[in-house]
Design a binder for this molecule. Structure first.
Ligand SMILES: *Cc1c(COP(=O)(O)O)cnc(C)c1O
Length: 421
């Protein structure tokens, strides 16, 4: 089928949840996607932070081939080889004790929320004064299912689906005084993205994160770090919280975990796991043999190829180049992020939108989040040469754009144009 036919068929047949860019991708290799005409696109988004090893990595392909010849699915009623092996790798790298596997970020988050509620029930049964409330942050994003949406801040994700899961309060981002004022023994968990993703690539402050750790420790409530976007190496460490030297009780992973296959994980301490017993939570597909085999291969490849080091080096270079860009282009008002989780904030949402479209014309994929923020979540294999291509393109587009706008304004002045008020 051709793109136009697919577009027409989807418009008729699919729930209208997405506004897709008009490109049909058919192949990919390394940092590049290939469309139906054979044109190559430099991918700085990697399937929204998923394709950590880029496209067609032999380690991913081999793991899929090898495991698909054995078992793809068996359910969680029986043992297979993958879950314990993957859990060992993840617990070693996150500083946590136990893992639960599922199929997506939002499911990992639901598991974390349920774990916190179940743990608080155990604490109450033991005579502790612990309530059931969650403290989440303003501009948080934790996923699209009901529990996750309830802890997600932006109205546009929440409002149409009310009533949501009760017991959630929002704290102003990085406002330590507001956090302290909002916290009490009624709280069973504080929920933090160490680097907010959809919220605009905003790292939490050291002071705020430390206060959240101290408050939760004072009552036995859980500190839960959502690392679905920032975790598994994205920021140059296995988890972003490791940059802060703060150990949460629970964390969630998903996006890059299985190199493009759906897999989520919720990891927790032995203590936090006390509320869970057989039958209380589960999933049909979660942690299947195929996804686990690929995740093991992804982790081993990140290590074997020294990709955490590459993320730190390329990420530092990329951020530096973005700072240079910001110094040359006054429409760039901020540069944020860690490792290969980076963003520039533009002075207008319209401009940010135009840049994404113009980058696409130049066959470079980036994305806009929180209206004015251009987000970069490239594969971990990105090199300096790709940074240079991307930043040069951004610089040209911004230079053209500001020249275009000033000549537009000049033309309007010359003709006594009405402008737009
Ligand atoms: C993407 C994301 C989620 C949701 O993951 P899905 O796999 O889309 O359900 C949750 N939290 C964060 C921080 C995310 O970036």
């Amino acid at each position: 089928m051709k793109l136009e036919d697919i577009k027409a068929a989807e418009a008729r047949l699919l729930l209208p949840t997405y506004e897709r860019n008009p490109i049909l991708f058919v192949d990919g290799a390394g940092m590049y996607l290939v469309d139906g005409n054979g044109d190559r696109y430099l991918d700085l988004l990697s399937g929204i932070g998923v394709n950590a090893l880029g496209y067609g990595h032999p380690a991913v392909n081999e793991a899929i081939e090898r495991q698909s010849r054995k078992l793809v699915h068996i359910s969680n009623l029986y043992f297979h080889e993958g879950q314990a092996e993957l859990a060992l790798r993840l617990t070693e790298r996150t500083g946590l004790d136990r893992a639960f596997f599922c199929n997506s970020g939002t499911e990992a988050w639901e598991a974390a929320m349920k774990l916190a509620r179940a743990y608080s029930a155990v604490k109450r049964s033991e005579g502790h004064a612990m309530g059931t409330r969650f403290l989440a942050l303003e501009n948080s994003f934790h996923g699209r299912t009901m529990g996750s949406v309830s802890t997600t801040h932006k109205d546009k994700y929440r409002e149409p689906f009310q009533p949501l899961v009760p017991g959630v309060d929002f704290v102003r981002f990085n406002d330590v005084a507001h956090l302290r004022a909002s916290f009490s023994s009624a709280v069973c968990a504080i929920l933090i993205e160490p680097v907010q993703g959809e919220g605009g690539i905003r790292p939490v402050s050291q002071e705020f994160f430390a206060a959240a750790r101290e408050l939760t420790q004072s009552t036995g409530a859980l500190l839960i770090a959502d690392e679905i976007q920032s975790g598994l190496g994205r920021t140059g460490k296995w988890c972003a919280y490791q940059h802060f030297g703060i150990q949460p009780d629970v964390t969630t992973l998903a996006k890059p975990l299985a190199g493009g296959l759906p897999l989520g994980a919720m990891l927790c301490t032995e203590e936090a796991s006390r509320g869970i017993h057989p039958g209380l939570h589960g999933t049909t597909f979660g942690g299947g043999p195929l996804a686990c085999a690929v995740a093991i291969a992804v982790i081993d490849t990140i290590e074997k190829e020294g990709l955490l080091g590459n993320i730190q080096q390329t990420g530092t270079y990329f951020k530096h180049q973005l700072h240079d860009l910001a110094a040359r282009q006054e429409s760039v008002v901020d540069v944020r992020g860690m490792g290969l989780m980076l963003a520039i904030e533009m002075n207008s949402a319209e401009l940010a939108k135009r840049i994404v479209a113009k980058m696409l014309e130049r066959r470079i994929l980036i994305n806009r989040t929180s209206e004015t923020v251009l987000r970069f979540l490239p594969p971990y294999i990105m090199g300096k040469e790709h940074v240079d291509l991307a930043v040069a393109a951004l610089n040209e587009i911004l230079t053209e754009d500001s020249a275009g706008l000033s000549s537009f304004a000049a033309a309007h002045q010359n003709t006594g144009g009405q402008g737009n008020g």
